[in-house]
Design a binder for this molecule. Structure first.
Ligand code: FUC
Length: 784
């Protein structure tokens, strides 16, 4: 397993480093999504966010609808859904598994080994919910169907600003929207090119649990969500206020009415009671503070604060493509065209960075299944944190993308899960340490889900530890390592404590186990299928990786020697990294079961290939070949997150063309919103990824995949261009991408050959770099 401290310092050979070019860098202005029509469905609206507040304007001419979000607005409540009797059934479940009666074991789990209550089906588990809608009804001299010309709306990634403009007659109307990284409010500026031509009515609404009131010239929406017991769940409040140039402001029927103005700036402030008893006071304060600041000054602060993150990295994949066409039309071309639009690929990559910056913030919650953006009260899958790939994928790209701190909200959430997970470990396994299964939420749910078929996969906590470790591997932050060490140790303690010996192989394995959401035909010819088994491959790989990381961490922190020894002993007894079946594929389970769905969306048995580094083409070539066979059978389709995962796998297998093929599949245009578990993932006109429905992991996974095609650093060296496709070979450059060991990398290439590179980190050092197929020593400068 790679660790930053293991970068070998070899004989330094002198390298002539060419200056890294910035060949034909895409101008910032081109980093935009733009359209020539208002959004006709939510999946065409443009996401704005400052890590807490979200706004999605549709740019309607007569009626603007802006979907509002607050990352903390959840129904439900903390609960204890542990079945404390479950551990009494554990020996029987294990005996049934050892006897090959997987279906009976599964039935027993369904009866006595799941969570109590309704699980993910209702409160108190809860659901991430929309905050509501900000409506702006326009009146153009009372005309109903106004003739509109020159319509355009866009989202600029370089300044996190959305705009919209059009002409009605001779008057040009403009809107500018942003969720401020300055004073933490949402702002919409409306202007008319002719004095006094702005007439609007502003409203706030929500489909349930909301009351709208007006105090003075402020509009307020407030309410309380369901908690599953007494109805007294999360509270929220949002305010809207307006500053005018010209015209008049009044209130009618809980609406703000602007008459004959030239300019109106709307301020939107929202807070919830999540960890904030004084949220009512704070929502006012935020609004008051923001309204004291002039619009241009606030905008400047917003752009500058946002830019501190966004501007850390630039990518240029060559000059092909242009943004003359509206983004939805450009997307259609991208998927069908034979000549690539590499600038759209760059846009999509930078969009994934933009979405990370917009959907999470240090000190708050990580991005959920939809990041920050939800337009319904009942968000699909509760908009929760799925722990069997999805929330992890949401974070895979942030380290290479030079947005390291955006991993911290997840690390904080996982840290808080510890005490809950300890109760769950005791209740079900009578084990030490902590565990989380498949789903969690801001209420820190760690219990199994409500069905054995998917709910008892307990790789969740170990998989989360991979993300926590990743932040350390990239940042080398020893203070952070000290902080997360108890979390990693607690997770390793749990797995170490629950392993049992499989008499057939003599290996130590988990029991019960399952491979996320997949099922298999049981041994024999009964035709019966089950999900529950002994030691699914993912469990073995996660345990191997976690134990290795805890060993390294305890060595670096010089603590816990006895535990380290125990883990080293256990490592000798767990199954190998992967077993290869007779057909040459990686075995998903301990036994060579036949899967019920060979093209199943989850590909968890390749965890060792990515995100872990247990399988690599150079270190374990046979296993890498077996991964290829597995992937070929799984196929190249699925919900977008599954396609993105396959893109990452092929990048790790150093097949750039195949990785790019998968990326193209992700860019398949769709407007479908019904829930899909099989083939058919793609992307919406607003470039948000479609499972369908909208799920942000596809955006983040594909972003991570693009980075992984350009640069890898998991094998103890920095590998430049490990997997670029023919489409990108012509020439390009990267500035500010991160490698493990807190190393920032700039490099450029031409005709597929790296022509120059530069490495820098806080301390001078020598590291290994794979450069055009040759491993070399390279000096790392201390500054840019
Ligand atoms: C997992 C996946 C589904 C979906 C859901 C949110 O259950 O198998 O495809 O992404 O998470």
């Amino acid at each position: 397993m790679y660790n930053s401290s293991t970068i070998r310092i070899g004989k330094l050979s002198l390298l002539l480093l060419l200056v890294v070019g910035n060949a034909q860098a895409q101008t910032n202005k081109e980093l935009r999504l733009w359209y020539d029509k208002p959004a006709a469905q939510w999946e065409e609206t443009l996401p704005l966010g400052n890590g807490r507040l979200g706004m999605m304007p549709d740019g309607g001419v007569m009626q603007e609808n802006i979907v509002l979000n607050d990352i903390t607005l959840w129904s439900g409540a903390p609960q204890d859904a542990n079945n404390y009797e479950a551990n009494k059934k554990l020996p029987e479940i294990q005996q049934l598994l050892l006897a090959g009666k997987n279906d009976e074991a599964q039935a027993l789990i369904d009866k006595d080994f799941i969570c109590t209550g309704k699980g993910s089906g209702a409160e108190p588990f809860g659901c991430y919910q929309t905050l509501g809608r900000l409506g702006i009804a326009f009146n153009y001299d009372g005309t109903a169907n106004v003739p509109v010309t020159n319509y355009s709306r866009q989202l600029s990634l370089h300044n996190a600003l959305a705009t919209c403009s059009y002409k009605v007659g001779d008057v040009t109307y403009k809107r500018e929207y942003f969720t401020s990284f300055g004073n933490d409010v949402g702002i919409v500026k409306l202007t008319a090119s002719e004095a006094g031509k702005l007439n609007v009515e502003v409203s706030l609404s929500r489909e349930e649990k909301a009351s709208v009131t007006v105090t003075g010239n402020r509009l307020e929406i407030a309410g309380q969500l369901e908690n599953g017991t007494n109805g007294k769940g999360m509270q929220y409040a949002a305010l809207v206020s307006v500053k005018l140039i010209g015209g008049s402001l009044s209130t009618v029927n809980n609406k703000l009415v602007v008459k004959n103005a030239t300019e109106a700036v709307l301020f939107f402030s929202a807070k919830t009671s999540f960890k904030d008893a004084a949220y009512r006071q704070h929502v006012q304060q935020l609004l008051d503070n923001a309204m004291l600041v002039a619009y241009d000054a606030e905008k400047k602060k917003h752009v500058s604060n946002y830019g501190k993150l966004f501007n850390r990295l630039q990518v240029d994949l060559g000059s092909s493509g242009a943004d003359e066409l509206p983004t939805d039309q450009r997307l259609e071309k991208f998927y069908n065209a034979t000549t690539p639009d590499n600038r759209l690929t760059v846009l999509f990559y930078q969009y994934s960075r933009y979405l990370s910056i917009s959907s999470t913030r240090v000190g708050l919650l990580p991005p959920n299944l939809q990041g920050l953006w939800a337009h319904e009260v009942h968000t699909p899958w509760n908009g929760d944190y799925h722990l069997d790939v999805n929330v992890q994928m949401n974070h895979w790209g942030v380290e290479p993308a030079n947005l390291s701190e955006l991993n911290l909200p997840l690390a904080d959430l996982v840290g808080e899960m510890g005490p809950h997970g300890e109760r769950t470990a005791k209740a079900y396994y009578n084990a030490k340490g902590w565990v989380a299964h498949v789903i969690t939420n801001p209420w820190l749910f760690t219990e199994p889900g409500e069905s054995a078929s998917w709910g008892v996969t307990k790789a969740g906590s170990g998989w989360l530890c991979n993300n926590l470790w990743d932040h350390y591997a990239f940042s080398n932050d020893i203070t952070y390592l000290k902080k997360i060490y108890p979390v990693l140790k607690g997770s390793a303690l749990f797995y170490s404590d629950i392993l049992i010996k499989d008499p057939e192989t003599g290996w130590l394995v988990t029991a019960p186990s399952s491979s996320p959401e997949n099922s298999f035909y049981m041994s024999g010819n009964s035709g019966k299928s089950a999900s529950i088994c002994l030691g699914a491959t993912i469990d073995n790989q996660i345990i191997r990786e976690l134990f290795n990381n805890v060993i390294i961490a305890s060595e670096q922190l010089a603590i816990d020697e006895p535990f380290r020894k125990e883990l080293k002993e256990k490592l000798k007894q767990i199954p190998p990294v992967a077993q290869v079946a007779a057909d040459g594929r990686v075995m998903e389970w301990l036994k060579d079961y036949k899967e019920t769905d060979p093209q199943h969306r989850h590909i968890s048995h390749l965890y060792g290939l990515y995100p872990a580094s247990l399988i690599t083409p150079s270190q374990t070539p046979e296993l890498a070949e077996a991964c290829k066979r597995s992937l070929n059978v799984r196929g190249d389709d699925g919900p977008s997150w599954s396609i993105a995962y396959k893109q990452l796998f092929w990048a790790r297998l150093h097949d750039g063309n195949r990785a790019y093929k998968l990326f193209r599949e992700i860019m398949k245009p769709t407007r479908k919103t019904g829930i899909n578990y099989g083939a058919g993932g793609g992307v919406y006109p607003n470039l948000l990824s479609a499972g369908p429905p909208f799920q942000i992991d596809g955006n983040f996974g594909a972003g991570a995949g693009i980075a992984e095609m350009l640069l890898q650093s998991h094998e103890g060296y920095i590998n430049l261009l490990p997997a670029i496709p023919n489409e990108w070979k012509g020439g390009g450059s990267v500035k500010g991408m991160k490698a493990r060991g807190n190393i920032t990398v700039d490099f450029s290439w031409k005709d597929g050959v790296v022509t120059g590179y530069k490495l820098y980190s806080p301390k001078k050092q020598v590291v290994k770099v794979m450069l055009n197929g040759t491993l070399k020593d390279a000096e790392v400068g201390s500054k840019k």
